[in-house]
Each structure stands twice: as structure tokens, then as C-alpha cells.
Write a protein that binds this ligand. Structure first.
Ligand SMILES: Cc1cc2nc3c(=O)[nH]c(=O)nc-3n(C[C@H](O)[C@H](O)[C@H](O)COP(=O)(O)O)c2cc1C
Length: 438
């Protein structure tokens, strides 16, 4: 790593973007045929009228009981009115000790009605404002080594990691979560998935990404016992939960936001090349997805990296989070990497609709890259993350005006991530500054 050098965003035209990509030597999917966004797509029994998704974006604005608040409702109203046909609800803890923050969503028996209200309202707003039915998936999570249920670190780890322990405050004495605790945790996933179905969600994401517990299990090469070591053991938790939810809720969607590549040094990562963790080998990711398809997973959200450890892989930015290690890489390399990896996955499984994202750095040029991906069948749905905070109406503008307003776009300043790190409610500190300030 060399010292971080900011690459100020100076691209004014599509030609500038393509010239910049050529100059730094990266391939970018590209098309100006935005009609592809209107191609309907059916998932399960629901036909979606456009190819945009809101990716899960935590707001850290739940009440003490884990239920959505007025702030949460405002966020989801904005997402719903924004035009995306698929809304992937944010990380929602299945057990209180697995929360990353005391204000993270946490779904349980005593607040399921509040989730049902939030969801019904989100559907209503989408119908009234955009005239469509949305697909609503909720992301079920355990924060693993990033658990801070009361604001203090309380890591739950699947393995010790020479790469991650030193930067996550994990000491050699920190115990590993035991196999029988993992067995019991599967019951919690099943219980909360049933609550999510009761609340009216169309499906649940058994979150396996971004360094959280189920993602860490996928790369637990050094763990012994039935959840570590071999591919079969490392993927056992995810496969078992998916199979159990499918068995109990056969008509329902079970999916995963899956890290198909961690970019963490071996033997501590999933799908990193042993000789150079900065390169990927998707063989195991593909094997896992093939098994998930056999289990009946009809949709996949493909992602990479870890926002705490290698944010330039996970969310390419113009400015890093203050005080964080910053990597000297042109953000367009990160965008291109995300697209390349997601495309490889989608093209391996052409019948499994996939979503990806990681492209906020592109600002108003997002639709050109999204259209390129969709047109060439390198991706079924394009997901908006930080853009959904900054400019939730961007999808409507793309679909109705054929462009995004450059004055409304996300500037990838990392302000939303920084709010998160400070355990404050999360949103855009530039475009929504009356509600969110650092
Ligand atoms: C403030 C914030 C909250 C996020 N919350 C979640 C989350 O709940 N679950 C998840 O899988 N990813 C979460 N992400 C990651 C985003 O979904 C997305 O993958 C990332 O921002 C890169 O995509 P983008 O370039 O479209 O923003 C979050 C990102 C940010 C910045």
C-alpha cells in the first residue's frame, strides 16, 4: 500500500469516462440503450417491471427494541418512491448479541407487527408513486466479529485470522463460536425467517457477505470440526439454513447476499488466490451457488470484499472514511473489478437472476454501465447502495428522463459509512444534510 492519493471526479461526458477507463487500462461494460431497464423479469411468482434494486443499506435508526422508527419509515418511503422494483431490506439481526450496533434492525416475536407495518407502507408508497408492485427481501444477519450489540465490541468469531484479528481487536484468547452454538443459531435463522414471512416479506437473504459471521464461516479453512476446513464444512451453515427454510416455507424465496470473493489472504478468505489474495478464483463460489440453485434459490446478490478491511474492493470511493487505512487505487479499477466478478458469476448461471452494485463512484454515468451489464446479460438487476441514500429518485429519473441529475448524485465521500462507524443514524451528509450531519 502506498499513500492514498485522491482522484477527484472530473468526468463530464460519457467520452471522458471511456477515455479514463482506457487510460488506466480497465474494461467497463457500457451501453446507452436504456430500454433494457424496462425488460420485465420474473422471480418466483412476481414479475418486476424494471431492472433496478435498492441494495441493503443500514440506517442504524431502530428503537431499543430493534423495531423501525419514524426515521426508518422515512428512509423506506424514499426508497419506495424512488422507482426500483426490488427493495432489499437492510441487515436485520436474528439474535440481539449479533447486532453490529444497538440501533441495528432486530426482528423478533415482539416487534413483527412493526415490520409488517413498515413493509405494507413501503409497498403502498411504491404502488402509489411508481404504479408497481415491488419484490421485498429482508437481509437476516449475525455480525460475527463486528458485533457491538451495546456499542462495545463483542466479537463472535468462526476462526482466528492473521489478516483480520489485528484490525478487529480480536486477541488470541478470544474463543471461537462452538459448533453447538452454530447449530442453535440455525434455529434462530429459521425462526426469524418465519417471522419475516409473517410480516409479509417475499423472501429472506441469509446474509453471507462483508466479513460477518456466515461469510467468515465460508473462509474458515483453519477451523476444525463440522463447520471448518473442507468446502463441505465451510458451506454447511448456509446450505443447511437455506434447506431448512425451503422445507418449512416452500413457496417463499430464500436467497443470499453472498461474498463470491473476500480479497483476504489465505487461509482466511473465501475465493482469494492462494499466491495473491488480490486476485480471485471463483471456483468455490460457483460450486456453492450451484448447490444453492439445487436447493431452490431463485435469486442471488453477488458482492465482494469487506467494508472494514478492504473498502476499496467493497465500495470504491473518492474519499475514504476518516482515519481508516486508505488504499491507493483508482476507484474505476474497483468499479471494473466488481463488474467483472459479478459478470463472471452471472454468465456461469444465466438462469439465476443476479444483482450487484459497487458502482456509486460512477455518479451520473451509472446507467451506462448498468445498461451495458444488463444488455449483454452479464447481470439481471443493477443495485444501488449509497446512491439510494443520496438520490433515491435516481431510478425514476433514469427511467423517465433518460439521465441522472449530476447535482443530486452521491459523491462517494464516505460520510454515510463514517456515520455508521460513529454509531449514528446513517444517511447522506451531502444531499440530505438536514437529516444527517457528521
Ligand atoms: C452506510 C451503509 C450501510 C450499508 N448497509 C448494508 C447492509 O445492511 N447490508 C449489506 O449487505 N450491505 C450494506 N452496505 C453495502 C451496500 O449495500 C453496497 O454494497 C455498497 O455501498 C457498495 O455499493 P454502492 O457503490 O452502490 O454504494 C452498506 C453500505 C453503506 C455505505
Amino acid at each position: 500500500m502506498t499513500l492514498f492519493q485522491r482522484v477527484p471526479f472530473r468526468l463530464k461526458t460519457v467520452d471522458d469516462l471511456l477515455a479514463e477507463a482506457a487510460h488506466i487500462g480497465v474494461a467497463l461494460p457500457f451501453s446507452d440503450d436504456f430500454s433494457v431497464f424496462r425488460r420485465p423479469k420474473t422471480i418466483g411468482s412476481i414479475t418486476l417491471d424494471n431492472r433496478f434494486a435498492v441494495n441493503p443499506m443500514e440506517g442504524f435508526d431502530a428503537d431499543n427494541n430493534g423495531a423501525p422508527t419514524e426515521r426508518s419509515i422515512r428512509r423506506y418511503d424514499r426508497f419506495a418512491a424512488g422507482g426500483a422494483s426490488l427493495i432489499w431490506f437492510e441487515a436485520t439481526a436474528v439474535v440481539p448479541e449479533g447486532r453490529s450496533n444497538a440501533r441495528q434492525f432486530w426482528l423478533h416475536e415482539k416487534n413483527v407487527s412493526q415490520y409488517a407495518e413498515l413493509l405494507a407502507r413501503t409497498r403502498r408508497v411504491a404502488k402509489e408513486q411508481c404504479g408497481h408492485d415491488i419484490l421485498a427481501v429482508v437481509q437476516l444477519t449475525h455480525s460475527g466479529r463486528y458485533s457491538k450489540p451495546d456499542g462495545q465490541a463483542a466479537p463472535v468469531i468462526a476462526q482466528h485470522s492473521g489478516a483480520l484479528d489485528p484490525v478487529t481487536g480480536v486477541t488470541p484468547e478470544t474463543p471461537l463460536i462452538a459448533d453447538d452454538a452454530l447449530d442453535r443459531l440455525q434455529d434462530d435463522y429459521l425462526r426469524v425467517a418465519k417471522l419475516a414471512a409473517q410480516a409479509g416479506f417475499d423472501g429472506a437473504d441469509i446474509k453471507s457477505c462483508h466479513g460477518y459471521l456466515l461469510n467468515e464461516l465460508l473462509g474458515s479453512h483453519t477451523r476444525s470440526g463440522k463447520y471448518g476446513g473442507s468446502f463441505e464444512n465451510r458451506t454447511r451453515f448456509l446450505r443447511t439454513v437455506v434447506a431448512r427454510v425451503r422445507e418449512e416455507l416452500p413457496q417463499w424465496i430464500v436467497t443470499s447476499r453472498l461474498n463470491v470473493y473476500d480479497a483476504v489472504k489465505q487461509p482466511w478468505g473465501f475465493c482469494s488466490m492462494p499466491e495473491d489474495y488480490r486476485r480471485w478464483d471463483l471456483t468455490e463460489a460457483k460450486r456453492l451457488v450451484a448447490e444453492l440453485v439445487k436447493l431452490g434459490v431463485p435469486l442471488l446478490n453477488a458482492t465482494i470484499g469487506n467494508p472494514y478491511f478492504n473498502p476499496h474492493y467493497n465500495r470504491p470511493y473518492e474519499l475514504p472514511v476518516r482515519g481508516a487505512t486508505a488504499y491507493d487505487e483508482h476507484p474505476l479499477i474497483g468499479v471494473s473489478r466488481f463488474c467483472e466478478i459479478a459478470s463472471e458469476m452471472q454468465q456461469t448461471f444465466p438462469d439465476l437472476p443476479m444483482i450487484t452494485g459497487g458502482c456509486a463512484w460512477l455518479r451520473r454515468f451509472i446507467p451506462y454501465v448498468a445498461a451495458g451489464l444488463i444488455k449483454d446479460r452479464k447481470l439481471a438487476f443493477f443495485g444501488l447502495g449509497r446512491e439510494a441514500f443520496a438520490y433515491p429518485d435516481s431510478v425514476r429519473d433514469i427511467l423517465t428522463c433518460g439521465e441522472m441529475n449530476p447535482r443530486k448524485v452521491c459523491t462517494t465521500c464516505s460520510g454515510c459509512t463514517e456515520l455508521m462507524r460513529r454509531h449514528q443514524p446513517t444517511g447522506c451528509v451531502i444531499r440530505d444534510r438536514e437529516f444527517y450531519t457528521l
